[in-house]
Design a protein around this ligand. Structure first.
Ligand SMILES: CC(C)(COP(=O)(O)OP(=O)(O)OC[C@H]1O[C@@H](n2cnc3c(N)ncnc32)[C@H](O)[C@@H]1OP(=O)(O)O)[C@@H](O)C(=O)NCCC(=O)NCCSC(=O)C[C@H](O)C(=O)O
Ligand SMILES: [Mg+2]
Length: 358
């Protein structure tokens, strides 16, 4: 919770006439947050076909949009939002950074024009709670002026060392906080890491097998390690503590779909609910990886059935299951239900599962 607001004020609107903040962030599927540049005519033309393939479409206004195209991107996003029926797909935007010359116009243009369609605003390079407080108050004023009925949620990108150090306070800075994404490229630069890649691993970051005293000249195996494990794990804990959602960010090697899938799966296993997709070919990977497998759901349902009232311990396939493993299984089952509600193909796969009676 914010250090600067008392508990009783935390859920009060920050401007007269602004919608009441949500007390709980809804668990809406968001496996792929698909980035597009609204000033790029080819990408903009693909939006109608992409809508039904992703959980979130994000009109990007920040990095990767050329400075000369910032106005066109903002206006393009307004046009696309007005012209498109998004159905259950969420519409997000990534605004320019808070120290840029564009961000104020981003917010004062987008909220009145398409605030009723915008679900989440992604704020880049968030350093601390003060950045969220700034956006929070400004959004409340703009929402009140635009007569919006529901609050626009806020998502922060973790891409500075100070942001990582302050991640818990960022997550709890406002009831608008929906989630956090890892921004590995900016974070690597800010930390002065020595990788030039946009996310993913690095062959130099490894551990090496001990020497074999009996064969000192034998080749020693090396094992590549995950550069992002610490930050993702920290982000996941901070988000879970505050009831909001963690996401992996960009995987820049578009051609390497195998390593992309590995990075996404690591994030999924650690607790992330989704990732960014930068290219249409990453959408299918994200949707698949961030959906529990049929095998996992079959097992989870077996445990739920076998655990009866949820207490005690049972043996299934030689393994102990108890109250705690039941809770793990319920996380999977609940996610499967949320995804099945918006993904008919996945629903059919989950519905076909038969749970044997033990
Ligand atoms: C990465 C790209 C520059 C590649 O673009 P391109 O060379 O055009 O790829 P293709 O020829 O394979 O594209 C095939 C067609 O698909 C369209 N396309 C490509 N990407 C998208 C997209 N994201 N959405 C919709 N349509 C897309 C192309 O226009 C081609 O169309 P056509 O010719 O008609 O068949 C490009 O994919 C791209 O720019 N992607 C988005 C990059 C982005 O958003 N970057 C910002 C997020 S990452 C970041 O900011 C770092 C982070 O903050 C951090 O700090 O870590
Ligand atoms: Mg960045």
């Amino acid at each position: 919770m914010s250090g600067s607001r008392s508990a009783k004020d935390f859920f009060r609107p920050l401007a007269v006439g602004a919608p009441s903040p949500l007390t709980e962030i809804p668990a809406r599927p968001s496996r792929a947050i698909h980035f597009f540049d609204p000033s790029n005519p080819k990408m903009a033309a693909k939006v109608p076909d992409l809508v039904s393939t992703v959980d979130v479409l994000l009109g990007n206004l920040e990095d990767a949009v050329k400075a000369d195209n910032k106005l066109a991107a903002r206006e393009g996003l307004v046009q696309i939002a007005q012209d498109t029926d998004f159905g259950p797909t969420q519409l997000w935007t990534r605004i320019n950074s808070l120290d840029s010359p564009w961000v104020l116009d981003d917010l004062t243009t987008l909220v009145p024009a398409i605030g009723h369609k915008l679900d989440v605003i992604m704020v880049p390079k968030v350093q601390g709670a003060e950045d969220i407080h700034y956006v929070d108050r400004l959004l409340a004023q703009l929402e009140a002026k635009a007569d919006l009925e529901r609050p626009i949620l806020v998502h922060a990108i973790l891409e500075t060392a100070r942001g990582v150090a302050n991640v818990e306070e960022i997550c709890g800075a406002s009831p608008r906080m929906q989630g956090i994404s890892l921004g590995p490229a900016d974070l690597a630069a800010d930390r002065r890491m020595k990788t030039t890649r946009v996310g993913g691993g690095h062959p130099g970051y490894l551990v090496r097998q001990d020497p074999n005293p009996d064969q000192p000249a034998a080749v020693r195996q090396t094992y590549q390690q995950d550069l992002w494990h610490y930050t993702i794990a920290r982000m996941v804990d901070a988000c879970a503590m505050h009831g909001i959602y963690p996401y992996y960010g960009p995987f820049g090697d578009i051609a390497d779909v195998t390593a992309c899938e590995d990075q996404f799966r690591n994030a999924f296993l650690l607790g992330c609910v989704g990732t960014w997709s930068l290219h249409p070919k990453q959408i299918e990977i994200a949707n698949r990886v961030f959906s529990p497998s049929v095998e996992d759901i079959a097992h989870a349902r077996r445990v739920v059935a076998a655990m009866g009232d949820g207490t005690g311990a049972v043996m299934l396939d030689g393994k102990m299951e108890d109250d705690a493993s039941l809770k793990q299984c319920l996380v999977m089952v609940e996610l499967a239900e949320q995804l099945a509600a918006i993904d008919p193909a996945l629903k059919a796969q989950y519905d076909a599962i038969e749970v044997p009676s033990e």
